[in-house]
Structures are given as C-alpha cells and as structure tokens.
Design a protein around this ligand. Structure first.
Ligand SMILES: [Ca+2]
Ligand SMILES: [Ca+2]
Ligand SMILES: [Ca+2]
Length: 229
C-alpha cells in the first residue's frame, strides 16, 4: 500500500474515533446542569453540590425525576426577586430535573403567594424564557411530574411560570420542600430560575379601627382624669 494511502487511512481512523468519543461524551452529558450563581440583595441562597444527572436525557419521564437539584435554603429578608443562574452543558437531549427547595421567610411580612419564572440573565437584564424553546416547568399533559408548594393549596403551572397561592407563610418560618421539575434542553449555556414571594395582606378595616381606638384610649383617659381633679 502506498504511503499516502496509509496516512489517509490513519487520518480517517483518527477522525472517526474523535467523532465516536464526541458522541459518547455528549450523550452522557445531555442537558447537564454543572454549576450555579445567585443574584439578590434581599436573600441568601444555599444549594447542595451539583452532581451529574443519574438519568440524563430523560425528558417525558412520568413521575419524579431521579435527577435532583436541592436548593437547601433561600433566606429572604425582603420582598423581591431572587435569581439563580445555572450553567448548562448542551448536547443532544433534554434532561428533566427534580428541584426541591426550602424557603425561609425572614421578611417580617406574611406571604400569601409565591412565584417562579424561567428565563435568561439576572437582575434588570432578566429576559423570560419564550414558549417552545424547550426550557420549561415540565408542563406537558402526559409528561407532567409532581409538584408541591404546601402550604399553598392552589398552584398554577404553565410552561415558564408557576404561581402558588391559597395559603400563608408566616414570618419567621422555614418551609421545606417546594417541589417542581424543570426540563433543561440542548442548545443553551445558562438559564435562570427567578423566584419571589408576594403578599396581598391588608389589615381588616375593623382591626384598623380597633388599633386606632387602642392608641387613643390612654390620651382620652388622661383627659378625663384631668377634668375630674
Ligand atoms: Ca420556555
Ligand atoms: Ca419534561
Ligand atoms: Ca415529567
């Protein structure tokens, strides 16, 4: 065999082994979350170490995904958004992750609602995830996996938003776990999970009147005592 043909065959062998290695490595790391950063002036955030998914590329799984990201605590000291940005290795698949999360209400204000939103970027640069881009809260009819936001009794899950309400998280208190799923697709390098509590707590008019009377009582009592003396 001519030397040129031997070199050609060697190059072809090297090229095909490179392609094989590339395909294997990307298949094993499909839609894998590798790290995170968080951004907020009103809360601290702690996550368990992120490990490779035990079942990568498992989109459309029915039931609870074995790929867990555990946000052990998010300690709010004010009402406002908390952005957690995840770094992703894109490949050729969609990996469905189970998220479990604890929230500490240290705001001094009772929460009546809790909201989650998927998107890209953080802070004022946050852009919501568009429909149909593969990044979603596993909202498919046949693919939906369990979610829970107890003590909130009503939870509305759409592709890129979760709104939970119908309950109250008092302050101070720690709630664990919120449970939800996220589909992490191919073709992105990061995505952001934005969260924020809200409150529609308004004191009853009757309790406001009672509070006003309680504040006035010592003054009027003093006035009457002065008139009697
Ligand atoms: Ca989306
Ligand atoms: Ca899914
Ligand atoms: Ca699912």
């Amino acid at each position: 065999m001519p030397v040129s043909n031997t070199l050609l065959n060697l190059h072809w062998l090297t090229f095909t082994s490179f392609i094989f290695t590339f395909l294997v490595s990307t298949t094993l790391r499909a839609g894998e979350i590798t790290s995170f950063t968080w951004s907020s002036g009103i809360a601290s955030v702690a996550l368990d170490p992120i490990v490779p998914p035990v079942a990568p590329n498992n989109d459309d799984i029915v039931g609870t995904s074995p790929n867990e990201i555990r946000i052990t605590q998010k300690d709010y000291v004010g009402i406002g958004p908390v952005d957690i940005e995840f770094t992703v290795i894109p490949s050729g698949g969609v990996t469905e992750y189970l998220f479990t999360e604890g929230v500490q209400n240290g705001t001094g204000i009772p929460w009546t609602d809790y909201h989650m939103q998927l998107g890209f970027g953080v802070g004022s640069a946050f852009v919501p995830s568009p429909p149909g881009d593969g990044l979603d809260f596993d909202d498919g009819v046949s693919a939906t996996s369990p979610f829970s936001f107890s003590p909130f009794t009503t939870v509305i899950v759409t592709e890129d938003d979760i709104d939970a309400f119908g309950g109250v998280i008092v302050s101070p208190s720690f709630t664990f776990p919120f449970v939800f799923h996220i589909d992490v697709p191919d073709g992105i390098t990061t995505f952001t999970l934005r969260q924020y509590p809200t409150t529609d707590f308004i004191p009853e008019p009757s309790s406001l009147v009672l509070s006003s009377l309680a504040l006035l009582a010592p003054a009027s009592t003093r006035k009457r005592k002065k008139q009697m003396s």
